[in-house]
Structure formats: C-alpha cells, structure tokens
Design a protein around this ligand. Structure first.
Ligand code: C2G
Length: 143
C-alpha cells in the first residue's frame, strides 16, 4: 500500500489541479491532499476565491483523492509524513528543488511532476475580470 501526499491551495479547481492529482494517485494506492487553510494562505500571500471548507469539499469529490487534511503552516510536513505513513510527497514542477520540499527526501520519496501548461487560478481570475459584461438576450442592452 503506497501512500502519496501533496499540498496546495487548489482554488477554483481546474484541470491542471486534476491532472496533478491524477498523476499523484497513479504513483501509489492512497492519496492524501493537504489543502491550505485560509489563514495559511494569508501567510503564503494568497487570497483564495473559495474558502477552506469549499476547497476541501471539492477536493473530497475528486475520484483520485482519498483524504483531505488542512495545511496550516510550512513546518507540518515531516509530522504529516509520519502521521499518515507517507511513501511519496508529490508536487508540481514549480516547486522542484524548493527548500520547502527537498528536505523531505530524508523521510520519503519526493517527486516533482511537470506543471500543466496553459492554466492557472491566477490566469482564470485575470481573464474573468477582464471579460466585458455580456449583452445576452436576457439583458436589456444599453440604449
Ligand atoms: N499545478 C499544476 N499545474 C497547474 C497549476 C497547478 O501542476 N497548471 C500544481 C501545483 O504545482 C501544485 C498543485 O497543482 O503542486 C496545487 O497548486 P496550487 O493550488 O497553486 O498550490 P500552491 O499555491 O503552489 O501551494 O506548501 C505548498 C503549498 O501549499 C503549495
């Protein structure tokens, strides 16, 4: 029973996240996802659109995910690896070589998977903000 662990905010869940979760699960038999709490996001300098409970609920609905736990700080990872008997920590390649993860190699395997190009939560937010209001049939056009 190979147990895999990954960390993230997973805001506005998109196919890049799903692609990461799918490949992470394929490396083992059981996938734990540590999703950043709203307080920890503040520490990370991130403001998620969805709050922690919503992001947790959405991840729990993903077929590749077996357990969702809170990520509350940078320091909890060794405890998480021990508590959940983790064999592999997986992150997207934007974290490759990071001092936030490489030290875990003393406790488990650390795998960085290629990021999915062309999608990110930031890009989605920016594009939605720029979108002009649609004068659809159900709207009274400005006269
Ligand atoms: N990801 C990806 N491809 C994308 C976008 C994201 O593979 N197009 C991956 C990221 O590399 C990360 C995971 O999906 O492994 C979650 O991404 P974020 O929610 O942006 O996570 P992040 O803010 O990087 O938080 O302690 C670590 C942090 O909590 C990681």
């Amino acid at each position: 029973m190979k147990r895999v662990l990954t960390y993230g905010t997973f805001d506005l869940l998109h196919y890049g996240h799903i692609n990461l979760l799918k490949r992470a699960k394929a490396l083992g038999d059981y996938l734990v996802v540590a999703v950043s709490t709203d307080d920890f996001n503040e520490i990370k300098g991130k403001k998620a659109y969805h709050n922690f409970e919503t992001r947790k609920m959405m991840l729990e609905a993903v077929r590749y995910v077996d357990l969702v736990i809170p990520e509350e700080n940078w320091e909890q990872k060794i405890d998480d690896v021990k508590k959940y008997d983790i064999d592999i920590v997986v992150m997207g390649s934007d974290w490759a070589g990071s001092d936030k993860f490489d030290y875990l190699k003393d406790y488990c395997e650390v795998v960085y998977l290629p990021r999915t190009e062309g999608v990110s939560t930031t890009q989605i937010k920016e594009e939605l903000n720029l979108q002009e209001p649609q004068n659809g049939i159900n709207q009274i056009p400005n006269t």
